[in-house]
Write a protein that binds this ligand. Structure first.
Ligand code: NDP
Length: 325
């Protein structure tokens, strides 16, 4: 027997339900994975609330990253064997104990990457990878602002920026989160709940502004984010944890000949070779000790409601995982 956490319909955490399922059989090209750890991500809350459109009419299995062990191979699968430890990131379907999945989505885990670390970092770490290498690739000595710096993506990004020699400034909600961000690569931190971050950026950069802003908070931060940029600066808006930035106008960019991009991880992972090469780089950063994955909240899979409440309530730092049992 297997069980899953599904959203019956869009809404608050009350729409989440636990259901029993038969263990699926892998079809041609698929493998059966027994999940050992499942990541919780803000994107899961967007699907649950209905902010992001559903790929099915009802009963959506949430969850966008997981690690586990291959228990069965479908016809025609090559390159994997029963017992391999693997991980993946996809928009939905991970809040379940067992999953049959096309093998093309999987990466094998090196011995020194634990299942929990993989489940806590596939989606968040690959997001940090594409943000800092593709969306806007800052050079050594440049200065950038990263919002929600103590979050799952934020703590990974701070360490990666620091390893690249970039001056990273992070915002976070409250002194404890700021202190945590400062321990993970951010040379300056701003408590954007009590300080005006535009004024602070002005002070820290002697009125120069930053080369780029990575903004996943959206509604509450994006007008200020534009005001922090240097002339020709770049705004990377990659999320909306405070709500979508609905009143953005292209003419807002004219103030400083700014560039803006609104990327999504799954377009990058769909590119041939990207999933494997970016995962290799991420795992190398982790095993070399340059990036530490902070799993600061662990719940049972059956407690997904608690995990969503804490994430949306701004009560988490670093990564959150669910453990099937
Ligand atoms: P986080 O751990 O960063 O959690 C979100 C954080 O956003 C909160 O902890 C909180 O930090 C901050 N926040 C600010 N305002 C609010 C608000 N009104 N309500 C709730 N939180 C708020 O989440 P993840 O690491 O999972 O994701 C970070 C962001 O990156 C999300 O917006 C997510 O959607 C986005 N993302 C985008 C991807 C893409 O490809 N486009 C892929 C992966 C993630 P604080 O208290 O410090 O303000």
């Amino acid at each position: 027997m297997s069980y899953a956490i599904i959203a019956r319909q869009t809404g608050g955490t009350d729409v989440l339900k636990q259901i029993n399922l038969d263990i699926p059989s892998p079809k041609e090209g698929e493998v059966l994975i027994r999940h050992t750890a499942i990541g919780v991500n803000f994107i899961d809350t967007y699907f649950r609330s209905g902010l992001y459109p559903w790929p099915v009419e009802k009963d959506l299995v949430l969850g966008s990253e997981a690690a586990g062990v291959i228990e069965q191979l479908g016809e025609g699968v090559s390159g994997f064997t029963v017992g391999d430890r693997v991980a993946y990131t996809l928009p939905n379907g991970a809040y379940v104990t067992h999953r049959a999945l096309d093998a093309k989505h999987l990466v094998k885990l090196p011995d020194d990457i634990s299942d929990e670390v993989a489940a806590a970092s596939m989606l968040k770490g690959l997001t940090a990878h594409y943000l800092l290498h593709r969306s806007y690739a800052p050079e050594r000595g440049q200065t950038v602002l990263f919002h929600a710096a103590a979050g799952g993506v934020g703590l990974i990004a701070g360490q990666w920026l620091s390893a690249k020699g970039v001056n990273a400034i992070g915002t976070a909600g409250g002194p404890q989160k700021c202190a945590l961000a400062a321990e993970h690569g951010y040379g300056h931190t701003i408590d954007y709940r009590s300080e005006n971050f535009v004024e602070r950026i002005n002070e820290i950069t002697d009125g120069q502004g930053v080369d780029a802003v990575y903004d996943s908070v959206g509604k509450d931060t994006y007008p200020g984010s534009l005001n922090c940029l240097k002339i020709f600066g770049s705004l990377v808006n990659f999320g909306q944890s405070s709500g979508p930035a609905l009143d953005f106008k292209l003419s807002d960019l004219a103030v400083g000949s700014y560039s803006v991009t609104r990327p999504i991880l799954f377009h990058f992972t769909a590119e041939p070779g990207y999933l494997q090469s970016a995962s290799d780089e991420l795992f190398k950063m982790i095993t070399s000790g340059k990036i530490k994955i902070n799993i600061n909240q662990k719940f049972s899979l059956s407690e997904a409601v608690k995990a969503h409440d804490q994430l949306e309530g701004r009560k988490t730092t670093g990564s959150t995982i669910l453990l099937p049992n």
